[in-house]
Write a protein that binds this ligand. Structure first.
Ligand code: BGC
Length: 942
């Protein structure tokens, strides 16, 4: 056993919290992972772990030794933590690995200790809060939009808590979005704090360490600026609705606590604070921000002696009553931050003589102006848009959102200006009123990319640069739409938490970034809103709920509302978090038991209006629901799948009776689906890419013969469509996996992937897209923008195909919950000669890199297409394993029900090689008889 190399452990994390500071859980579960060492030991698994916990203030640490293989979300071993309590935690493990004879032996030596992780508990009880929500005592500024307010309070710290070990915490939240300052310094770097939740159910607060900003002697000033944010701004299309949560006042609630040993002192928001209007005249999510430099007083955040320099009109504040039932809590959802800054790529003069700055990337965020001097009253206007049309800024797709920021000059230099309380979805900015030269403009402007600061963890690349660009675009559309809540788009008058969009994109997103903290936060709102009395288990279309004028409220919808079951399930697949499943359980069950509007047979109500395969490219631009595939068929296919998943959830959570009930219900529904939609030989009622792909993916065919029919029918549809996509939201995530998986036709999947003409995944890439689009043809081939009313250039939904890139092309998918066991089944094909997928998951880095070369040895056995040599390097992190299926072991008959041959491997670096025959490339289209076959039909992205 002498040569075992132990893996190194990472710093433990608490629940899904980004840093453990300000957690709302008194018994946070712990997870650690393993760092790849230069020579990772093969087959290393954990046999036991030891957790050391030092509560601050205690003399001695406690240790807990646990015989367990678990390293993800293990229970908190000590007594529950109290509000404000701090602790340091580290972990070490004992491992076991096979010796030279293959016998697994436990190593007597533990690993080294992990780095120490610190945690601090937030305020666990509502009674820990003594602060009041405060707002101005009388209306300042217009009725709407509300003008941002400034709040301030001057104070001295009592000498009893002035010690060198004093620690200061600010617990703060707002009705609106805020920035806080202590003695002139900005606290933290969060944008749009505290984010968007369903405020009448849950209001999140922040916990900030403000110790370094305090002045122990003399005057301190705490100052907070608050704007309407999601709380009061107008939200939703067709004019939107203001004051969604009832309140017409923006407000702040803050509690500053200074602790020194056993002594503490607290300053809270109360009627001793003062309030004034901000220099920001208005700041709205859709319309943008107007800043008047003449009204600014830089000293308002500091302990100015001279009242004039901080503005004179400071008023009293009043306190607002508590909203009954609203919970105050912290969240594991990471804060929104400026993640990246991008420079100007080009400046265009338009035919109309306008100046347009191009940042080269469609993004969500805001512009920074490094320096500008405008005469008093002069306006600099920044108008944002995603695309140009006929050389001009194209604002039609923004619908009723103005997306305009304005700076009004004071005659003095304005430095590092950026809007504080809004964001836009843009690549281009039209600049009106720039006082300097083009060169000065180029160096003065930059774009800040904003999103929730989740941990990036999944990567993909391959030999085809078109596909790589597609993948990069998918990542950018995720970044553009994970801003506090998962949105449909970041630019027009929506930016809402559309349930269907995240339902289909969650697996892709969860590979790319660690989404669990972010999405569990969102799911809690979804279920709170769904389970409100009177909703009969039906969630809103968008959560947090926003009334959609001209839309029905709470109409049960397949695909969209199946998010209640499928998204927690996906998060469980990525994290193995059963507590999350338990928390969402009532929501899942309410959806299936009350929400789904069923006909007498238990399938969906036949007459119900459904969005169905929304945005099928065959639907007319003005009616995206008019898809080729029958909508109820889509809904019913999903219902069988959702019921099956729910049965699995019941089983996992130990609810055996319910599991049996739902397993039986799923098989009844499946039979009903088969009777309703399938002919005995396996033809499906809607003969479309979406219908067949869903039925294949959800296992709805009756047996081998029907699956063969389905595979043939799908092949014919794809070939007669010249490999164009003909799926909308429902079919898009399914069609490539169905072709490469149950239909056993991976080359057809590649052929579709590599098609460049519209509609296809690569068409937007040929048009210079830098994000994924809402429509397959958001921009038409002639460069004009789709005439449909909704046309975004930053929607992640159709990018859900990247899940296939990760799982099939790259070859990495979760098999056991939380990636304890990975399925490694790479599917080489098309014109790709290599691909690599890397996933830094719950156990550490999993990496699969493959390469294909011509194989003279295998050539003689090639029946169709060229034989190839496949070589793969696979790295599996400690304490996990992988089930590996090589291309030579693929089953090629869609009717064959045998299991493919596989190898199970443990941690370490493994090499595999085999000969294989990918099949005909490129596969042939099926043109109509009056169209002779031409070489263009075989043209793919090279
Ligand atoms: C949104 C979507 C959404 C759809 C449903 C659109 O306006 O942008 O992505 O899922 O409506 O109707």
């Amino acid at each position: 056993m002498a040569d075992v190399t132990h893996p190194e452990l990472t710093k433990p994390v608490f629940e899904h919290h980004p840093d453990g500071f300000g957690i709302s859980n008194p018994r946070p579960r712990l997870s650690w992972k393993f760092l790849a060492s230069a020579e990772p030991t093969r087959g290393w698994t954990q046999a036991a772990y030891e957790v050391e916990i030092l509560r601050h203030g205690d003399q001695e640490a406690q240790t807990f030794l646990v015989d367990s293989e678990e390293s993800v979300l293990v229970p908190w071993p000590a007594a529950a933590l109290r509000s404000r309590q701090q602790a340091s935690v580290r972990v070490r493990c004992w491992g076991q690995s096979p010796d030279e004879h293959g016998t697994v032996r436990r190593n007597p030596e533990p690993t080294s200790w992990s780095p120490v992780a610190s945690l601090e508990v937030a305020l666990l009880e509502q009674s820990d809060w003594t602060a009041s929500m405060i707002t101005s005592s009388r209306r300042l500024g217009p009725e709407a939009p509300l003008q941002p307010l400034r709040f301030r309070r001057q104070f001295e710290i009592p000498s009893s808590v002035v010690t060198s070990s004093a620690r200061a915490r600010l617990y703060i939240t707002a009705l609106g979005v805020f920035e806080a300052f202590l003695n002139g310094e900005r606290l933290g770097d969060e944008c749009m704090a505290p984010g968007w939740t369903s405020y009448n159910h849950r209001l999140t607060y922040r916990c900030l360490d403000v110790t370094p900003h305090l002045r122990h002697h003399g005057n301190n000033v705490i100052a907070v600026e608050v704007a309407e944010g999601w709380y009061a701004t107008k939200l939703g299309f067709n004019g939107g609705t203001r004051f969604l949560y009832g309140g017409k006042d923006i407000a702040v609630m803050a509690q500053l606590e200074i602790t020194s040993g056993a002594r503490s002192w607290t300053l809270t928001t109360d009627d001793n604070w003062a309030c004034a209007v901000s220099a920001i005249q208005s700041s709205e999510l859709y319309d943008g921000e107007v800043y008047d430099a003449r009204e600014d007083h830089s000293l308002w955040t500091t302990a100015a002696q001279d009242a004039d320099k901080m503005g004179t009109r400071w008023l009293r504040v009043k306190t607002l009553p508590q909203v009954p039932g609203r919970k105050l809590l912290t969240t594991s959802s990471p804060p929104v931050r400026v993640i990246e800054s991008r420079q100007v790529q080009a400046i265009h003069k338009t035919p109309a003589g306008k100046t347009i700055v191009d940042f080269g990337q469609n993004l969500a965020g805001k512009v920074v102006v490094k320096s500008v001097t405008l005469a008093a009253g002069e306006r600099l206007v920044l108008r944002h848009a995603e695309v140009l049309e006929h050389g001009e800024l194209c604002t039609r797709p923004l619908k009723d959102a103005k997306c305009e920021d304005v700076i009004i000059g004071s005659g003095e230099e304005i430095c590092n200006w950026t809007p504080k309380f809004t964001f836009h979805g843009f690549r281009y900015v039209q600049v009106d009123g720039w006082p300097g030269s083009e060169d000065e403009l180029r160096s003065a402007l930059s774009a800040s990319v904003m999103h929730s600061d989740m941990q990036r963890r999944g990567y993909f690349s391959c030999s085809n640069e078109w596909v790589n660009k597609l993948h990069t675009n998918v990542v950018w559309s995720m970044r553009g739409n994970f801003l506090s809540v998962p949105t449909d788009c970041p630019q027009r008058d929506e930016r809402l938490g559309w349930t269907g969009d995240i339902q289909i994109f969650c697996p892709t997103a969860s590979y790319l970034y660690d989404t669990v903290g972010f999405l569990e936060n969102w799911l809690e709102d979804l279920s709170s809103e769904q389970l409100e009395q009177g909703n009969n288990g039906v969630p809103p279309f968008v959560s947090p709920e926003v009334p959609l004028l001209t839309w029905p409220r709470r109409k049960p919808q397949a695909v969209w509302h199946d998010v209640t079951v499928l998204t927690p399930w996906d998060l469980h697949r990525f994290s193995s978090d059963k507590v999350l499943l338990e928390r969402q359980f009532q929501s899942m069950r309410a959806w299936l038991e009350q929400g789904v509007d069923r006909g007498e047979d238990g399938l969906w109500n036949f007459y119900l209006w459904q969005l169905g395969d929304w945005l099928d490219p065959n639907a007319p631009p003005q009616n995206p629901a008019l898809a080729l595939t029958d909508k109820v068929l889509v809904a019913d296919a999903y219902l069988v799948h959702t019921t099956e998943v729910f049965a699995q959830v019941c089983a996992l959570l130990g609810k055996a009776e319910l599991a049996t009930k739902y397993r039986a219900e799923a098989s009844t529904l499946k039979r009903l689906f088969q009777d309703k939609y399938l002919t005995p030989s396996g033809n499906i009622m809607s003969n479309t890419q979406t219908a067949i792909a869903l039925a294949l993916q959800f296992g709805l065919y009756r047996g081998p013969a029907q699956r063969r029919t389905a595979s043939r029918a799908l092949s014919k549809l794809v070939r007669t469509a010249f490999f164009h996509v003909s799926t909308g939201f429902a079919g898009t995530p399914a069609v490539l996996p169905a072709l490469a998986g149950p239909a056993r036709q991976p080359q057809l999947a590649y052929r579709m992937l590599l098609e460049k003409a519209c509609p296809s995944w690569l068409y937007p890439v040929t048009m210079g897209a830098t994000t994924t689009w809402e429509r397959w043809d958001s921009m038409l081939p002639d460069g004009s923008v789709n005439p449909g009313r909704m046309t975004s250039f930053n929607h992640y939904a159709l990018g859900a195909a990247a899940d296939w890139l990760h799982g099939c092309v790259g070859g990495l998918a979760p098999l056991g919950a939380g990636w304890r066991v990975a399925l490694v089944r790479p599917v080489p094909g098309g014109n790709l000669t290599h691909a690599e997928a890397r996933f830094d998951g719950p156990y550490g880095l999993l990496r699969c890199a493959w390469r294909v070369t011509a194989s003279p040895a295998a050539a003689s056995s090639a029946a169709a297409g060229e034989a190839a040599r496949f070589e793969m390097e696979l790295e599996v992190p400690p304490n996990s394993s992988a089930k590996v299926i090589l291309p030579c072991d693929w089953i090629t008959d869609p009717g064959d029900e045998a299991e493919e041959a596989f190898t199970l491997v443990g941690s370490g670096v493994h090499h595999f090689a085999c000969d294989f025959v990918a099949g005909e490339w490129p596969p042939k289209a099926l043109p109509p008889p009056n169209m002779p076959y031409s070489p263009e039909m075989d043209m793919v992205a090279e």
